[in-house]
Design a protein around this ligand. Structure first.
Ligand SMILES: Cc1cc2nc3c(=O)[nH]c(=O)nc-3n(C[C@H](O)[C@H](O)[C@H](O)COP(=O)(O)OP(=O)(O)OC[C@H]3O[C@@H](n4cnc5c(N)ncnc54)[C@H](O)[C@@H]3O)c2cc1C
Ligand SMILES: NC(=O)c1ccc[n+]([C@@H]2O[C@H](COP(=O)([O-])OP(=O)(O)OC[C@H]3O[C@@H](n4cnc5c(N)ncnc54)[C@H](O)[C@@H]3O)[C@@H](O)[C@H]2O)c1
Length: 492
């Protein structure tokens, strides 16, 4: 490792990491493990959006809601749940998991992995050169001998609708850090944030209206959004699909917000939460100083080197490269790119062939995701539609999950559905989707099968325990075999 070197107010490290979310932390760890000196720059909280306003608080708040729903599906246990959720307890639980928005433990983590933390806003001044501006205006310049890794994440997008400022909308920030439950909440957007926020605030006692201009969870198999919409409706959410907000008003700043809808209606709520997508946090990081466009997503190659930048020094990881806006996928990119940075710095060969040590091949073939709704929706790889669009010859296998006795024992009247997408030419799985209570823990089996390209002939020998929900694999594979042996079986 070349130790940090100071010269005329500029400190030189082997690697500079911009952003200390989960992704920045992981690339710093891997680069340091490769023997490189590392500076990490963070302008807000070490741990990023994920730790304080996204994954962690949302799951801390959702778990009690789903735990109670799960108990209510088990006769004998249901009778033990007689009251409503203790919201103070739920908020205290959330506060515990976000450490009361105090990042000192995570900041120590940066130190203990051997990197130096610089608090402040990082901006490129030129290739390999970053200025850090602290809140008090003090500035420090850092230069990188080998690499800069941009892991600045993403920000919520608010649509340009008249009255949006006056409405003082919530985004994922208030949606996860509020400790008051609005009596009526309008949630706009049917993606992951929208459906999870609707689930959790309805569970905590709000009367939620969810407005989605298209189907829910549109990137998953269509049945996922349909079952999640049904679950939300059963929980009391007013789900309205195909409805847009055209204007907002909050005439009395202390009073309710009014939403004008394109179906001619008006909706009154106490708060409105926009979950209408993300924009890259690259607007103010000096991209123009290095020949890139401020505010753009950063396209990358398989080792996460940014396209169109000479010299193999600029990497972009996590949300900012727009490959998959998921913590686990960003961390995978960070581990892979951290190793690639180490290899390039040492002059060792880079193994960027598909599934190689320095390639993020899973980003294209095996991205797993779970939405913690009730029912849960879990998917990996390609949907049937995506597989056909990509030119694969496929067959889909569909089954209700209650075909597995384990599902019925897990929840009385278990309702859920599974789909496998099979590549007919190679007889491997391209994708799998499970929707139902408790399926989040089922997904990794499918991820192993998809990423491992395990032949179905061999998968048959991976036995699931009786009586678990996982036994659905047995029935899905048997159904595939049956279809295969039936000449008229449909292939999509
Ligand atoms: C409500 C919600 C729930 C979610 N739930 C899940 C989930 O359950 N599972 C999942 O996998 N994903 C989930 N996601 C997505 C997940 O939050 C992101 O994919 C993840 O946070 C991306 O990590 P990151 O490190 O790239 O960015 P971030 O977590 O956004 O971290 C980026 C860091 O960079 C810092 N930064 C930005 N600009 C600068 C600068 N110029 N100088 C210095 N520092 C800077 C920021 O302050 C921040 O700390 C959820 C998202 C939302 C909104
Ligand atoms: N459990 C998880 O892993 C989890 C949970 C939440 C979010 N996430 C990830 O975080 C990212 C951001 O999630 P998100 O839900 O904010 O974004 P998204 O892009 O997934 O969904 C946004 C939705 O809002 C809709 N929309 C956009 N503009 C609109 C408008 N003006 N009016 C009405 N609807 C509008 C879009 O059609 C889309 O369906 C996603 O990639 C998501 O997968 C993951």
């Amino acid at each position: 490792m070349s130790a940090p070197r100071e010269n005329q107010g500029t400190t030189t490290y082997d690697v500079i990491v911009l952003g200390a979310g989960p992704v920045g932390q992981n690339v710093a760890d891997r680069a340091h493990a490769a023997g490189l000196s590392v500076a990490v720059v963070e302008r807000e909280l070490v741990g990023g959006e994920c730790s304080y306003w996204a994954c962690v608080p949302s799951k801390a708040l959702l778990r009690p809601v789903i735990a109670v729903a799960d108990v209510r599906r088990v006769d004998g246990a249901r009778q033990a749940v007689t009251g409503s959720l203790d919201t103070d307890g739920v908020f205290a639980r959330r506060n515990h998991y976000v450490a009361d928005w105090d990042d000192s433990r995570q900041a120590l983590g940066i130190k203990s992995l051997g990197a130096d933390l610089f608090r402040g806003h990082g901006r490129f001044e030129g290739p390999g050169r970053v200025t850090v501006t602290r809140d008090d205006g003090a500035q420090q310049t850092l230069t990188a001998r080998h690499a800069v890794a941009v892991a600045t994440g993403s920000l919520p997008v608010l649509p340009d609708i008249p009255g949006i400022e006056e409405a003082r909308p919530w985004t994922n920030r208030h949606g996860t850090d509020s400790s008051t439950v609005p009596a009526r909440l309008a949630v706009i957007g049917g993606g992951g944030v929208g459906v999870e926020m609707a689930t959790l605030w309805q569970g905590l006692g709000s009367r939620v209206t969810l407005l989605a201009r298209r189907s829910l969870l549109p990137r998953l198999e269509p049945f996922a959004g349909e079952l999640v919409a049904q679950g939300l409706g059963d929980a009391g959410v007013d789900v309205r699909i195909g409805v847009r907000v055209t204007a907002l008003r909050r005439p009395d700043p202390e009073g309710p917000v009014f939403l004008t809808l394109d179906d001619g209606g008006e909706l009154e709520a106490d708060e409105v939460l926009f979950a209408t997508g993300r924009t890259p946090a690259t607007g103010d990081i000096g991209l123009d100083r290095i020949g890139l466009t401020p505010g753009s997503w950063l396209d990358v190659d398989t080792t996460c080197l940014v396209d169109g930048v000479d010299g193999e020094w600029l990497y972009a990881l996590g949300d900012v490269n727009h490959r998959a806006l998921l913590t686990h996928q960003g961390k995978y990119q960070a581990r892979t790119a951290g190793d690639a940075i180490g290899a390039r710095a040492a002059g060792r060969p880079v193994d960027d062939a598909p599934w190689g040590d320095h390639a993020t091949t899973a980003d294209q073939h095996a991205v797993p995701q779970v939405f913690f709704t009730d029912p849960e929706a879990a998917a990996v790889g390609l949907t049937a539609g995506q597989a056909v669009d990509a030119g694969h010859r496929i067959r889909t296998v569909d089954l209700d999950l209650n075909a597995a006795q384990g599902a019925n024992l897990y929840a009385d009247g278990y309702q859920g559905h599974a789909r496998l997408v099979v590549d007919l030419d190679r007889e491997i799985l391209l994708g799998a989707t499970f929707v139902g209570p408790g399926v989040s823990e089922l997904l990794h089996s499918a991820t192993v099968a998809v990423a491992g390209e395990v032949p179905l002939k061999r998968l048959r020998h991976a036995i699931a325990c009786f009586p678990t929900v996982s036994e659905i694999w047995l029935f899905l594979l048997a159904a595939y075999q049956r279809d295969k042996e039936t000449p008229h079986a449909a292939s999509a």
